[in-house]
Design a protein around this ligand. Structure first.
Ligand SMILES: C[S@@+](CC[C@H](N)C(=O)[O-])C[C@H]1O[C@@H](n2cnc3c(N)ncnc32)[C@H](O)[C@@H]1O
Length: 428
């Protein structure tokens, strides 16, 4: 999935070796930028983690030098998250859950995966051929576990459960978790290295994949938007303005023109061209398919709302959320909200139908979340725990409203149960 132009990844081993074998002193100063602005109550990374981050920063600085002194923000984010062996997702830190940096829905409760499984089961008869499930960006592997367990309980196991995971480290963790927790289905699970090259019939599921794809960043100045790039000085990474009109600027201008909105100067916005490219590749391989994408984000009018002056870029380090992508590169997650109107436009442009769009709360409720909880035979204590999980998945102040579910389809004609209580396609 990595762009070919990032062939400098071949050199990553040199950086790792140089840093791990060096006799450099560790002063616990974080690499990157803004070392002075890290709140003192944040947990300090280990000495090994700091060396690791320094190796990544050196690697990024070297790429910046090769590119003439500046790279666009998407390229920086690609390196920070996915540089092989060095990036946040590709190196071995614990990312998910209470011991990591952030929590996703499958980490909160198996109820999430069980609801997705019910939606899959309802759609399966509508899809011709041997229906497979393909999960993209499977994180810890818990969503795969929960979907497979529920489909088995419903007597609807797919022939194959494919996982496409760009991180070799996470792939290993997924294999260990699934081997351990669902050994009886393990033979049905297959890890792919790329999207299928032959026409795919089945269901694609991706939870919090799109928010992890690199974004371009733009800032409004007197006279229009300028694109932000990344450079370095005195060992520190920092933003610079890219010169001239870039593809991201003209793309953003096209997107916001119909909104007829005036943006303040210093308004910052993100644009995810890598998501567009990913959706094109996905659309190319689908024959009969349902695609379920779950993520935080909104329709375009809200996404580029004039009051949203700082954009949606967020970084997560040990459950501290902030907006400085240069703190602890490689040790923190960097994400941005999803423009779901862009998802719908790319889908339609690539001959996919938009079958539904709703909030996570409505989707889960429509898939029978409340009945599922009622029917659990559990102790009082466990029932309280289940109620807490439901609250975190569905309440507006938690994940319920910020997270959305969009369903795309090709040759899949059915009223999907997940959108039966509320379908907000009209907002896109
Ligand atoms: C924010 S995590 C979400 C993990 C999981 N779906 C969950 O909900 O807990 C993003 C996941 O997508 C993976 N990923 C990112 N870009 C990818 C790509 N282009 N293809 C496949 N996996 C990707 C990351 O390695 C990681 O597993």
């Amino acid at each position: 999935m990595l762009p070919k132009s990032f062939d400098c990844y071949d050199r990553f081993a040199d950086y790792v070796n140089a840093y791990y074998n060096s006799s450099m002193s560790l002063d616990n100063n974080p690499p990157g930028n803004n070392s002075g602005s890290i709140p003192s109550d944040w947990p300090k990374p280990s000495a090994e983690a700091i060396l690791h981050s320094q190796a990544l920063v050196e690697y990024i600085k070297s790429d910046i030098n090769e590119q003439g002194g500046v790279i666009d923000f998407a390229r920086y984010m690609q390196h920070a998250l996915y540089a092989p062996g060095l990036g946040y997702y590709t190196a071995g830190s614990n990312k998910f859950g209470s011991a990591g940096d952030f929590v996703t829905a499958p980490e909160i409760s198996p109820l999430f995966g069980r609801c997705i499984a019910r939606q899959c089961r309802q759609a399966m008869p509508e899809i011709e051929g041997d229906v497979a499930i393909l999960e993209v960006g499977a994180g810890s592997g818990k969503l795969a576990r929960d979907i497979l367990c529920e489909l088995s309980a419903l007597d609807s196991l797919p022939q194959r459960y494919f996982i496409l995971e760009s991180s070799a480290d996470l792939r290993q963790r997924q294999q260990a978790l699934l081997q351990d927790s669902v050994p009886e289905y393990f033979a049905q699970i297959e890890w792919l290295d790329a999207l299928p090259s032959t026409p795919f019939s089945g269901i694609i599921v991706a939870n919090e994949l799109l928010d992890a794809l690199p974004v371009n960043r733009l800032v409004n100045q007197e006279g229009g938007f300028r694109e932000l790039g990344v450079s370095h000085d005195n060992g520190q990474l920092h933003y610079v303005e890219l010169s001239g009109d870039t593809a991201a600027i003209s793309n953003l201008n096209q997107r916001i023109a119909p909104l007829l909105t005036e943006f303040d100067s210093a308004y910052t916005a993100e644009l995810c061209l890598t998501m567009d490219a990913w959706l094109v590749s996905l659309a190319q391989c689908l024959e009969h398919a349902l695609v379920l994408l779950i993520d935080y984000g909104s329709a375009r009018a809200e996404y580029y709302h004039p009051q949203r002056v700082h954009g949606s870029l967020r970084c997560h380090y040990r459950h501290h959320a902030h907006d400085d992508p240069f703190i602890y590169p490689g040790l923190q997650d960097i994400t941005a909200h999803v423009d779901f109107t862009a998802v719908a436009e790319m889908a339609v442009d690539n001959q996919l139908e938009v079958l539904g769009y709703t909030s996570q709360a409505y989707f889960l409720m429509s898939c029978g979340l409340a009945d599922m909880v009622d029917m659990e035979e559990v102790s009082d204590i466990e029932r309280i725990e289940l109620a807490q999980q439901v609250r975190r998945l569905t309440m507006p102040g938690e994940m319920g409203e910020t997270f959305k579910v969009i369903a795309l389809g090709r040759n899949c004609y059915t009223d999907l149960m997940g959108f039966s209580l509320r379908d907000m396609r009209g907002n896109l």
